[in-house]
Design a protein around this ligand. Sequence first.
Ligand code: ADP
Length: 437
Amino acid sequence: MTKTIFINTLLVGITVLILCALLFFGVQYSRAKDETLSSLEQEARYAERGLMMSGSDYLESLGSSDRITWIDPTGEVLLDTREPLPAPNEIDSPEVISALSEGSGNCIRKSDHTGKSTMYYALKCSDGTILRLSRPMSAVRSAIIAVSPVFWIIVIVLIISGLLAYRAAKQIVQPINNIDLDHPESLAYPELSPLLEKISEQKMTIQDEAASREQMRREFTANVSHELKTPLTSISGFAELMAAGAVSDDKVKEFSTDIYNESQRLISLINDIIRLSQLDENAPMPEAETIDLYELSGSVVDSLKNIAQQGRVSISRSGESAKVTGVYRIIHEMVYNLCDNAIKYNRPGGWVDVNISDSPEGVKLIVEDNGIGISKENQKRVFERFYRVDKSHSKEIGGTGLGLSIVKHAAQYLDVKIDLESELGKGTKIALYFKSF
Ligand code: ADP
């Protein structure tokens, strides 16, 4: 930042100085030119007077440092103080043309005599002849060089402004580097206050998010420990009783079934935890594939038909073929969890339908049931980890409390929108919106 401010300040300084120098030398040049012209003009007038009174000898005797040419109205050179006759006809010279028509004329052009840039002034004498004086432009340049100390002053000013720019840049940046983000009110620049307020707000948000993440982690660990401990305690208790021979032969089958069921619960709980942590990791998505949601839903419905029958719930699929891109395993799990819930939280004689429809906005998959429904206040919480509406019956209904949480995380992972509509006692409708293929 110091470097940028320094370079920019220096550039501004250099530009201003260069412009000033150009302006200064421009003015000097124009002034020197005007002075040279008026001096030639004055000299020409004196010379004309002398010439008219004393003839051409006067011009010879003048001993002027400027070249003097006396030209007759036809352009023929009568006398030239620098060039011996015969000299070229001067009728085409611009200053001579002006002098013949207007009484006087001047111009700057390359001299045929010296080949150098020269200023000419021509004056029409009272006898109609032309008196012309010329002076090389090097004289004008010399006048500018005479002010060359100004050039060195400019260079010195440039160096000083460079040093000042460096110092100023450092002075501007230092207070910014020294800002105490915990106490931004001690700021040297009030203009930066809005920015610092935003940084401070962001910092607070990050801290809050970190705290809530930490809280969620703690709750998750506590929930996992509790959920794992319950079936393990049962398994351990049943096994202990059986080992101690405290279980009669006719009860062994019942105890073994309980141990099996509890183990299955443990396995599905651990599987769900693994899935959730995989989705949480935000790992790069495996190669996305084209999936027909209608076909996928058909396979989910088929695999759940027996379970639905056991609960005396009918399950069907409706709609049309619709293709999306995604990961088959993850989408299958989402649809499976939604259908599994729709069967579990239903009543004998109830129904579940999976409907797939395609539209320009995307593909919509709806899992709808006419089961027990979810109250408004619980609708906000059912996607939380381990949240169950009816904890007292969770053991007999089954489930880990992670099903909808997995659906939510999978939806985030695949950029799918979820919409939940439910009415207690009437049923539930959960829609997944996939982006169009
Ligand atoms: P679980 O493994 O307990 O089913 P979920 O995360 O899948 O956990 O669901 C959380 C809670 O949301 C469930 O305990 C249940 O009370 C409620 N729920 C989910 N789906 C439905 C549904 N289709 N109908 C009624 N309640 C539901």
